[in-house]
Design a binder for this molecule. Structure first.
Ligand SMILES: [Zn+2]
Length: 239
């Protein structure tokens, strides 16, 4: 990817979204009043994320918050290093704080054969991170300078959260994924994620996001996903 990442929002949006395609996962830079990072990549991804911040014309100390959609190694992996570099607080939903503090993925509940095959190659360990803010209720991220709401709803993991933006983009972490091979193949095709700790909650959260009028789902691997395509995927999924 280019240092600045891909601009996903039309110019003039209240919050500009930049997609950073990192080695194992996506992270997103929300550029509103102040920059907010959603997801922190894998261990070692801090350099690429700080480079994206710099390409957006912001310094490390400008970062207002590091929001984690969940506590897996490829989303929380560089959170501790980024907090040290920026001073920004880490926000994580309550259900995943034990995993983040342990610095190890557990438990991974595979949804199929591909998940079992991929597992040995995916990062599992990461520097421990204790969140500065443990999220148990919907949180207005306006206090961090982003017109967005973080909602802890579970699904992929017990402590999974989504981030809703004005205008219809919803960052959903690993609720589902786009395409295969980390989004390198058919990135815009919605697919069941490799792991689901709470499968019925995954369905419920997808239903809710669609009912709330989402236009696009921005995912942790591959994507973006159009809401209509996600609705089609959802119809083929057991309730
Ligand atoms: Zn995950």
């Amino acid at each position: 990817m280019t240092a600045a990442g891909e601009l996903l929002s039309p110019p003039g949006s209240v919050v500009l979204v930049r997609l950073l395609r990192l080695r194992w996962s996506n992270a997103y830079l929300l550029l509103g009043e102040r920059p907010v990072l959603v997801d922190a990549g894998s261990p070692g991804d801090e350099a690429a994320i700080l480079a994206a911040l710099a390409a957006a014309g912001r310094g490390p100390r400008d970062l207002a918050a590091i929001v984690l959609t969940h506590g897996h190694a490829d989303h929380a992996g560089a959170a501790a290093a980024l907090r040290t570099a920026t001073g920004a607080p880490v926000l994580l939903a309550a259900g995943d704080t034990a995993m983040a503090a342990a610095g190890r993925n557990l438990p991974l509940v595979p949804t199929g054969l591909e998940a079992r095959l991929v597992a040995p190659f995916v990062p599992q360990d990461f520097p421990s991170v204790v969140p500065d803010e443990v999220i148990e209720e919907p949180l207005d991220l306006g206090r961090y300078g982003a017109a967005a709401t973080m909602r802890p709803l579970g699904g992929h993991t017990r402590g999974s959260a989504i981030v809703e933006l004005a205008g219809g983009d919803v960052l959903v972490g690993d609720l589902l994924r786009g395409g295969r091979l980390g989004g390198r193949w058919r990135a815009s095709v919605p697919m069941t994620h490799y792991y689901e700790e709470e499968p019925s909650a995954v369905s419920a959260v997808v239903d809710r996001v669609l009912a709330d009028g989402a236009r696009r789902l921005l995912v942790g691997h591959g994507g973006p996903l159009d809401a209509a395509a996600v609705a089609g995927w959802r119809r083929h999924r057991a309730a």
